[in-house]
Design a binder for this molecule. Structure first.
Ligand code: S3P
Length: 426
């Protein structure tokens, strides 16, 4: 797919539902008693993988244009699937479902695409094994395919080495089936959507600092959920608005949970003109409209506890840094290496191809902003966030940019190019 420099972007866009919350609404709905209804569900390939997995586990799920209906069967209502589960490209599906499967009285095998088969699973295998589950990597490389023999689980207190909501949520879900309380401490706080939504469904979840505790065997009750717009999808329009001169974009109904809003903090520090309007709540999550205007940006340092709050937006931060004056340093972000692609290497290779002055480091990137960018051939490495980041970067570059395998955006934002084109006035 080809992209060229844009004139000012103008208009309003409503981004699709949050990916993390959409996944969780299916999972928790399946384990609840009664019919859960979900509006503004993200119809991206990752969330559809979650639906398919739970259908195979015996849950009836209706996907209509208005809403998703999940006919929950309670904590102990899942059935052994015939054949293995396919989690596609979705790390969230893979890791969270393992926590649930660990507490069942049957065995499951699960696998995903080539990217999933290279993502680290030891981080969930260790805590689940400590709780008593039998979970094995079938190729012995700590990656999928995985086999999980469910069992009665024990309560634990787990210190996670990584700040990862996928790890935390996996353990909390296993905690639903444990014989005592389960707690997780992370080095810094990762997104807390599981905690908020589990409480909504009736679970007893408490937390202090970076520790969260769940009590076992709650009765989860069906809910009506309105999924807020995904700030990770809004990120591309925020970046486009900031970097293309003359732009002014209103992005409606964006989730601004403080464990997810690191991009807004970093952009503000870079000098961005972003105004929050219509602040409100949807299913316990804060939302707002974001008014974004073109701004002159300057370099910043992004590090520490902020990193988990913008982990999926770091490719966009690296791209924005190319348009900012001065140096931007991203550190403490080694997790970028084990996302859908190695996002440190892939961002460095592709931004360099466009003329950026960027160096990869062990745990991030250093960018000297201000060098004019030119079009290039970009390899998305089938990573949706890389494809979207470069579609936007190309709007501020001289000449033509070609993105390979651009259709991988179907993972999280199938309508992305259509919406971007509309804002560009094409
Ligand atoms: C997610 C958590 C993050 C994020 C991913 C979605 C989730 O991963 O990168 O896109 O829904 O819990 P980690 O928590 O493993 O960093």
């Amino acid at each position: 797919m080809k992209f060229t420099r844009a004139e000012a972007l103008k208009g309003t866009v409503t981004v699709p539902g949050d990916k993390s919350i959409s996944h969780r609404s299916i999972m928790f709905g399946a384990l609840a008693e009664g019919t859960t209804r979900v509006t503004n569900f993200l119809q991206g390939a990752d969330c559809l993988s979650t639906i398919q997995c739970f259908r195979k586990l015996g849950i009836r799920i209706e996907n209509t244009p208005e809403e998703i209906r999940i006919y929950g069967k309670g904590l102990h209502g899942l059935l052994a699937p015939s054949g293995g589960l396919d989690t596609g490209n979705s790390g969230t599906t893979t890791r969270l479902i393992c926590g649930i499967l660990a507490g069942q009285d049957f065995q499951t095998e699960l696998n995903g695409d080539a990217s999933i088969q290279s993502r680290p699973m030891r981080r969930i295998m260790d805590p689940l094994s400590q709780m008593g589950a039998k979970i094995e990597s079938l190729r012995g490389n700590d990656c999928a395919p995985l086999r999980i023999q469910g069992t009665k689980l024990h309560g634990i207190h787990y210190h996670s080495k990584v700040a990862s909501a996928q790890v935390k949520s996996c353990i909390l879900l296993a905690g639903l089936y444990a014989d005592g309380p389960v707690s997780v401490t992370e080095p810094s706080l990762s997104r807390n959507h599981s905690e908020i939504l589990l409480r909504h469904f009736g679970a007893s979840v408490s937390g202090e600092g970076t520790t969260v505790i769940i009590q076992p065997e709650p009765k989860l009750l069906a809910q009506e959920i309105q999924v807020p717009g995904d700030i990770s999808s809004a990120a591309y329009f925020i970046a486009a608005g900031l970097l293309v001169p003359g732009s002014e974009i209103l992005i409606r109904n964006v989730g601004i949970n403080p464990t997810r809003d690191g991009l807004l903090k970093v952009c503000k520090e870079m000098g961005a003109d972003i105004t929050l309007l219509q602040e409100d709540y949807r299913s316990g999550e804060p939302v707002a409209d974001l008014l974004v205007r073109h701004s002159s940006l300057h370099g910043v340092t992004v590090e520490g506890a902020l990193i988990p709050t913008l982990i999926d937006e770091l490719p966009v931060v690296a791209a924005l840094a190319c348009f900012a004056q001065g140096k931007t340093v991203i550190r403490d972000a080694q997790e970028l290496k084990v996302k859908e692609s190695n996002r440190i290497d892939v961002m460095t290779e592709n931004l360099r191809a466009m003329g950026a002055r960027i160096t990869a480091t062990e745990d991030g990137m250093i960018i000297e902003g201000g060098a004019p960018l030119h079009g290039a051939v970009i390899d998305s490495h089938l990573d949706h966030r890389i494809a979207m980041t470069f579609a936007v970067t190309a709007l501020g570059a001289e000449g033509e940019t070609t993105i390979k395998d651009a259709d991988c955006v179907r993972i999280s934002y199938p309508e992305f190019y259509k919406e971007l084109e509309r804002l560009c006035g094409a």
